[in-house]
Design a protein around this ligand. Structure first.
Ligand code: ADP
Ligand code: MG
Length: 721
């Protein structure tokens, strides 16, 4: 069945943003059905379209390339007696007992049996009253989920389940079930239907293929159309093991294309930027020498080396694109300040942008304390700077103020830098590539492109860096300043919460300060905020002599700032927060970090959070509070955290355990969230990818554009260069 498109008049405008030449008027390109907006598919109204947009899906073609994250095998039932820990299994059984209880928090336990002699526990922490009432003894259930090691044998936490009517015959699936990335307001089932509709419009290979034959043949890449159809709906006989492992030839074929598309997009970006002249910033070093003389510490060797690399880049008449990578607390800010002064010495402007207002303001205050003695008054510009203050800031920038610090507000329309020589961006993974570029665009008025410096605390293993940052040169600050206290890390089950609270009481009595970070399984700031409010109430009650504060993403910026200021000033002893504090907060007196539901966080995030303590000279500790039972992967993560504080080792481990999208922390921005490729698994494809990229950029630039548009998705728009 071919779904009828509602109309064929409009085309998805930004579908292939980098395509070199627009199609001739009146002659739709061969891939036109792919460029039709999703709203032309049956059942896509404004609400669904908005949800799809959040997934980066605008055109029919974006659905073709919205690939399953993984598969679930519901083609068979596993007897309870044969279940293995860590497997995802489908089980059918009859409810034997239902128990509601409290072990730290409300939960529901449902025990089922299937006649194999063993029992399986289904455990729910979030459930409705209706749900609890429906699950009565004698009911037949079919359920699916990851088997964990439970107190009384195997169990599944939050299984997907289906109630089976007595006597009804329920057939098994005859093929693997794809699981797609989803978003709030758009469930799996809906997506499956939408993808099926979109696939009905999939053209034949001749129209679909963009890789030149000369490139495909030697690599043994076969039909793109077949590969897409296979991964979306694996036929009954398909190699289940290979598909589950992501090693099926169809997946590898797609992974190759995806890696190539990512690589090309970054290389093109770099080409575009490099084609521009940049001012050669050759300062005399006087301001830098004065800054260094005034600091209470000497630079580490790594800081000196990286600063020298940057200064050398700045002196060239070509735009610098350099990433400075350094673990939490490695001292990136002073390196950024030195870079800024090199530009200022040469008579140019510098803009420094941070991803949150909190972090930006912290930078501004620190830079003020360093630079005011040198006669430089940094300008502050954020979204909350309004009215007269904003006019003053804009006027100062227009009058070539040497240094401006702020949030992405710096990148907005109406902010004009007449002589922008250097743009510095902190914690770049929170910004998209295109935002990074648009700050660069600010320098265009001067007829040149500014140099760009990107700072990130995310340690990135080398293979990953090559791919993720193919558009940047990389410097590494691989040394921490001397005199840091090590952070002792322990993992404690939530059942011993009272002990942890006693520890907080003792730390406060000692004049020290404490962070308590709340996290939830869903990446929903709303739910996390609710959880934080509950903990805030709990701690306020349990610690009467101790001022407790609360900060989460749903508070107004002013309220957040006031709480942070009070914590920094020591007026608040305990700060309950969601992961909004993950980035860059610096309170040296804080020496205890409690991370709740630590089993749910990835290593990179745990490492970032832990980096908030151990900044002063007092011995610091980190408590990873977890809910038993732990999955195998969670146990391993907590073990890594207890054993090492080395960001690079943690990143390597993380890559091994979770895959690159997560390691880079790019899920928030969607940047580098691969659909099929997995850099850890597919690293062997990278050399061929780089070669293919060379060929395509040289001989097939237009196809390169189409490939990027199709894989990076139409929601990403790069600033036109
Ligand atoms: P990050 O790399 O996480 O941004 P910061 O730049 O915030 O780190 O530095 C963390 C702390 O270390 C700051 O208080 C800073 O002043 C201090 N610091 C930076 N470099 C040195 C150094 N070479 N010796 C001692 N302390 C330093
Ligand atoms: Mg920093």
């Amino acid at each position: 069945m071919v779904p009828r498109l509602k109309s064929t008049s409009s085309r998805c405008s930004a579908a292939e943003p980098l395509a070199a030449a627009p199609p001739a008027a009146g002659a739709p390109p061969p891939s036109a059905p792919g460029l039709a907006p999703v709203t032309q598919l049956p059942g896509v109204g404004p609400a669904v379209a908005a949800a799809l947009e959040r997934l980066g899906i605008r055109c029919v073609q974006d659905l073709w390339f919205h690939l399953p994250l993984r598969y679930e095998d519901r083609t068979r039932l596993t007897p309870i007696g044969a279940l293995r820990i860590g497997m995802n299994c489908q089980v059918e059984g009859v409810v034997q007992a239902v128990e509601r209880g409290f072990r730290g928090r409300p939960q529901l336990r449902v025990v089922i049996a299937d006649g194999s002699g063993a029992l399986l526990t289904l455990r729910f922490f979030h459930f409705s009253r209706g749900q609890a009432q429906q699950l009565a003894a004698g009911l037949r259930l079919r359920c699916f989920g990851e088997i964990r090691h439970g107190f009384h044998g195997p169990e599944i936490v939050h299984p997907q389940y289906q109630r089976l009517a007595p006597g009804a015959e329920v057939v098994l699936e005859d093929r693997l079930t794809p699981v797609y990335p989803t978003t709030e307001g758009l469930g799996q089932r809906r997506l499956v239907v939408l993808v099926a509709h979109a696939l009905e419009c999939l053209p034949d290979d001749a129209a679909l293929e963009v890789l030149p034959a000369a490139l495909r043949k030697p690599l043994g890449l076969d039909s793109l159309r077949e590969a897409l159809l296979l991964v979306h709906r694996p036929p009954p006989g398909a190699d289940t093991a290979a598909l589950t492992a992501g090693r099926h030839p169809a997946q590898q074929r797609l992974a190759f294309e995806e890696l190539l598309a990512h690589h090309l997009s970054l290389r093109r970006l770099r080409q575009q930027v490099r084609a521009f002249a940049a001012p050669a910033l050759r300062g005399d070093g006087a301001l830098r020498a004065r800054l260094l003389a005034g600091l209470p510490f000497a630079l580490t060797g790594a800081q000196e080396r990286v600063a020298a690399e940057i200064v050398a880049d700045l002196a060239r008449p070509q735009a610098m694109l350099r990433l400075v990578q350094g673990d939490v607390g490695s001292g990136k800010t002073v390196v950024a300040a030195l870079a800024a002064l090199a530009a200022v010495e040469a008579g140019w402007q510098v803009a420094l942008a941070a991803p949150t207002e909190l972090l930006a303001e912290q930078h501004w205050q620190l830079l003020r304390s360093w630079l005011e003695p040198l006669g430089i008054e940094p300008v502050w510009l954020a979204g909350k700077v309004l009215g007269r203050a904003r006019e003053r800031a804009l006027a100062a920038i227009a009058a070539a103020a040497p240094l401006t610090v702020g949030t992405h507000a710096l990148m907005q329309e109406g902010v004009r830098f007449p002589r922008l020589g250097l743009a510095i961006i902190d914690e770049q993974h929170r910004f998209g590539v295109h935002q990074r570029l648009s700050l660069g665009e600010k320098g265009r008025a001067a007829g040149t492109l500014p140099h760009q410096l990107v700072l990130t605390a995310t340690p990135i293993p080398r293979t990953l860096a090559m791919s993720a940052y193919a558009d940047l040169d990389v410097s590494v600050i691989d040394e921490l300043p001397p005199g840091r206290s090590a952070v002792t890390t322990v993992a404690i089950p939530d059942t011993r919460r009272a002990e942890v609270i006693a520890r907080i009481r003792a730390a406060c009595a000692d004049g020290r300060q404490v962070y308590w970070v709340c996290t939830l399984i869903e990446e929903s700031e709303q739910l996390a905020a609710q959880a934080a409010e509950v903990v805030f109430a709990e701690l306020t009650q349990a610690l009467p002599g101790c001022a407790v504060g609360l900060v989460h993403g749903r508070l107004k910026p002013a309220a957040k700032q006031a709480t942070m200021d009070a914590f920094k000033a020591g007026a608040l002893r305990v700060l309950v927060a969601t992961t909004v504090i993950e980035v860059g907060v610096d309170v040296p007196n804080a020496s205890l970090m409690v991370i709740e539901n630590a089993e749910r966080l990835g290593l990179a995030q745990l490492h970032q959070l832990r980096g908030r303590v151990g900044r002063g000279s007092t011995a610091s500790s980190c408590v990873l509070l977890y809910q038993a039972p732990l999955s195998q992967a969670a146990r391993e993560r907590l073990k890594v955290m207890r054993e090492t504080a080395d960001g690079f080792r943690i990143a390597e481990k993380d890559l091994e355990l979770r895959g690159p999208g997560e390691v880079l922390g790019t899920r928030q921005t969607g940047q580098l969230a691969f659909r099929v490729a997995d850099l850890a698994r597919d690293a062997d494809l990278l050399p061929a990818v780089q070669q293919a990229a060379d060929t395509m950029l040289r001989d097939h630039p237009q196809e390169a554009g189409r490939l990027v548009g199709r894989w990076i998705g139409s929601a990403v728009r790069y600033a036109a260069a």
